[in-house]
Structure formats: structure tokens, C-alpha cells
Design a protein around this ligand. Sequence first.
Ligand code: MIC
Ligand code: SF4
Length: 641
Amino acid sequence: MGKTLTEKIIEQHLIEGKLEKGTDIAIKIDQTLTQDATGTMAYLQFEAIGIDRVRTELSVSYVDHNTLQTDFKNPDDHRYLQSIAAKYGLYFSRPGNGICHQVHLERFARPGKALLGSDSHTPTGGGVGSIAIGAGGLDVAAAMAGEAFRLKMPKVVNVYLTGKLPDYVSAKDIILEVLRRIGVKGAVNKVLEYTGPGIKTLTVPERGTITNMGTETGATTSIFPSDDITKEFLEAQERGDQWVSLVPDNDAEYDERIEINLDDLEPLIAEPHSPGNVKSVKEIEGLVVDQVCIGSCTNSSLRDLKVVANIMKGKTISENTVLTVSPGSRQVVDHMIKSGEMAYLVESGARILENACGPCIGMGLAPKTDAVTLRTFNRNFLGRSGTRSAQAYLVSPETAAASVLAGKLTDPRSIGKPPKIDMPKKFIVNDNMIIPPLPPERAKDVIIVRGPNIKPLPELNPLPEKLEGEVLLKVEDDITTDHIMPAGAKILPLRSNIPEISKFVFIDVDESFHDRSLERNGGFIVGGENYGQGSSREHAAIAPKYLGLKAVIVKSFARIHLANLVNFGIVPLTFANKDDYNRIEQGDNFEIDLTTLQTGKVILKNLSKNIDIPLTHSLSETEIEVLKAGGKLPHIKQKHA
Ligand code: MIC
Ligand code: SF4
């Protein structure tokens, strides 16, 4: 039986386990990436592991999230990260160089390599045929220390593309179509592997848009083969020597198949407050739009900005609409300036922002009260824009550009002939904002710089045999990490200060969560399906742990959050019968005996209702050991001792 591309690359990296779907495997990691919002914590943990140099082929530390500097905190963290990179042998992409995923795709991602990143959109690297997976910072820290990465061997879904995209329909519409079909939990513990004649019509940055936003389906990752188009891209980035051909076997067997004829696609839109609420633009055309934001790691490539600039050329944005543009990288900006196309954007009235995450994560440019904000981003969770009452919609760059000119949601196919864009044969390659690793003999003298906002990691202790306490919060399906641990301009700078950031846990869901948790000495959370979808931020585990969270009991989990809970000693359990969710109320008192964890079965005693509720879990033996030790860091230390 032939192999899928996913299986081939995983097989090459396999350290433990077999290619059997759903079983526990461990793989070797070649490359890592971190960004500044998760990186500070990841490196504090890396320091705690006590290794003197990274053990990967390549590790890059990016600064792109916390670039809004309203006081000393973010710039202090940047200096910390820079000194860490120098000390431990990492590349450092300086603030202003661009969004981690865009820069990594341009400069570092390689076909066939395994990349682990402390950001959920790391799968962007699947655009060049790498197995690129998002994880919590601690898993990335462990990978930098040479540890294997553990995961469930994913099922492989074949997304088979035929045809060619019509005018004004673009890669974003392909991934929105995938989301329309399978929703935000449709690919948990699965890889989306793209094949078929249609992939030949998509350039690497377009493939990157698709693999990037594949994260919103819950997928472990998404991947395209490495073919002539990949070769052309790498050559244009002066990395032609890094190309290898990588394709699935002709007789590869997939677990599922989704077929999309690109000829049939039309402009799509995700409505508030989920990337899975997909409709056609036509269905709600005419909606008055207050703000349009172009950029983010999904749609900020040179191709995307060129398209937008050429649609905007010689025109002015609508009087009642604001346009922001945040390019993906300095390479993109450099090109846009030299080609003169940046002027089209400036002249049209666009507010050109830094090449960083910016409004995507609520770092500035929050929309007005009750605004309709149209974004080329990948997430539209409630409050993420920085304005709780705003209604965020996700669209392609083409739809965004057409709509900002009209001041209302507009199907781009109605604005006339599409502009012709010329993509350069060679990109402008200038890595002068990427500081390469120092040689070991110089690295050892580097002193780590720590600002006053960097607080030590909270202590993690072995778990007791019995967990007791009350249900601090009961929530519904699809709770995102933005609900659990919001981001934005006010909270993101606290990422290296757990006591402070913990004040904001669940703040938009229940303001009293923080105080109640401390008063009751911690307790439990009960939730529905897909608990913890979205970001890789381990702060959604560390901060609740700091408040005394003992276990989370839900109908199902999102992959990265589940791993983060284990890493910080919070027991993730699921209902054996989903209906039992209804037999629990917030405030109920629980008792859970952990001695039966190994058997896969655990009994929850609901003391308030006087009932026993059967629970299960998907934990591997290693994960159970990690939990018992109180988390991954104490577990690694135990091992090294
Ligand atoms: C996001 O898009 O939510 C983030 C901010 O990039 C996160 C990482 C973080 O919370 O720092 C992600 O996607 O993992
Ligand atoms: Fe940054 Fe937004 Fe991409 Fe997250 S989704 S990495 S915040 S641009």
C-alpha cells in the first residue's frame, strides 16, 4: 500500500511508535520557531531545562506580536529574547522584520523538514511541503532541548483540487470552502493533505494562505507536495539548493477525501464570531462596512498586497470606512516600495501599519463601537479585535479591496476586469534584520537581559491522588483560548508575568472567575465540544493553573490546548456519555480519584447531586506520568536528575 506525503515525512522523523492512526507517536523536530507573545515564556522554560545550546538544525525567535510599545514591557521582552537568541544559538528576527509565518515561509521553511512552532499558524510552512505543527511554548522549548515531540498519529484527509480559480476568487476562498464543509472541529487529529491537478495553479504564498488557515479546522497541520512550483519559489528566494521533490505515492490511501473544483468557487465570507460560519459574499452583499483590515499571516504576501494595491490604484476609500494594511514582511514592503505599488495604497487612503500581527490580535486599530469590520485574517472570535461589540467578518484580499472602495460588502466580481499583477522572478533577499546565531565560544559570554516585567515561573507540584473542589465555571461548545486567556494591547504585554495576566482569565465570560477561583482554592471547569480551540497560547493553561484549576471536564478538546493542560498539570477529562454534561451545574462539588487514570476510566463523584459520572481520556502513558509529576517541566527535570 502506498503512502501519503504526511506518512512519508512522519516516517522519516519517527522516534517512537508506528504509523497507526490514533496511536501515540514521537517525532524528531528539525526546526523550531517562536514569536514574542509565546516566546518569552518558552525561553524561560528553556532556561529552566538547563541546556547550553539549542539542539535543532535551526531555531528562530521572531518578534511580531507585541510590537505596540505603550510602556517598557514589550521592548524589555524583545531585549530578553534577543539576548536569549545570542546565548543559545538561535536566529533572531528583529522587530520590524515581519510576521513569523510569512518570514519563515520566505526564508527558512524547507520541504520535508519537521517544524514545531509556538504559534497555532505554524502550518503555514506546509505551503512548501514541510510538516509544520503548532504547539505550546513548553513543547517547543523541549524540542529545542532535543526532546522528541509527542502527538497522536493523525488521520490523513486528501483535499483533492481540480480546475482553476475564477477571476477575483483566491486562495482564501479555498480555505473558507474547506471550513464551510467541515467546520472548526472537522479536522482535529487529522492532517489536510492537498493534491490534484488544481494545486498546479497555486503559488507557494497561496498555498501558505490555505495551510495557515487550515488551523481553524482544528487540523494537526496541512501540507502541499513539494513540486516545480515549490522549486520556483525557493529559487526566487535564493534557496533553490534546499528544494527536494516530495509527493505522495500514486496509490496512497487516505482516510477521507474532500474534492473541490476550483472552477465552481465564489467569494466567501466567515460571519461573526467563528471562522466556521461561512457564507457566500453574495448572500449578504451590501452590508455597510466601517473598517477593513488587510494583512495577518494569512493574507499579507507580496501577491496579496499587489492585488489589493492594483484594485485601489487611482481610487479613494469610501468616506465612512477605514482601511488598514499590515504587510507580512519587510521583503514585501521593500518590493511594494520599489515597484511603486505601495503608493497606490497610500494614495487611496490606506493607513499603512507595521509589518506585524497588529489588528489581527487587537494590537491597536480596534474598531469603533458596534463596527462591522472586514478582515483578511484567520480568526474573528468575539472581542479579539479589541472591541467587544464589533462584528468581525473574514474575507479574501479581493473582497476586502472591493468593499473598502464601496463602503459596503461587495462581491469583487462586480468591479470590472481584474488587475494583472506581475510577480517578480526573484524576490528582494535582504536578511540584515535576522541576526544569525553566535558561535558557542562567543555565546557563552552573553548575559541574559531581564526587565522587571519578567517574573519567575510559578511552581508546579506533583498531583495528589484525589482532586476535590467545586465547578468554578460551566461553559458551552467551542470555547476558544481567546475566551480563556484573552490577548490584545492591554493583556499581551503581561505574557511573562503570570500573577498579573491571571487576573484576565475568562474576563469576558465571567468577570468574577479570578476572584472566585482564588477564594475557593481552585476547582474545576466543565465544558462542551472543542474546548480550547484556536491559539497555541499556553497561558490559557498556566494562568488558570496559577488560580488553582485542577481538571477540565468536557465533551471534547482542541489538540494544542489539551497538550498545554497536560504540560501544566491540569487533568483533561472527557465525558464517557456526553449527556452527562447536563447533570452538572456550576457550583457543584466534585471528587475525582486519579488512581484509575491508567485504566482509561475515571469516576467523577458529583457530591452535590449525589451521582457518579463516568469519564474517559485520551492520555498516553507518558502524559499520565507528566501529569502526576505536576507538569512537563518537573517531569523533564526528574528525568535529567
Ligand atoms: C493567535 O493568532 O491567536 C496568536 C496570537 O498568534 C496565537 C499565539 C499567542 O496567543 O501568542 C496562536 O495562534 O497560537
Ligand atoms: Fe499574528 Fe494574527 Fe497570525 Fe496569530 S493569526 S500569528 S496574531 S497575524
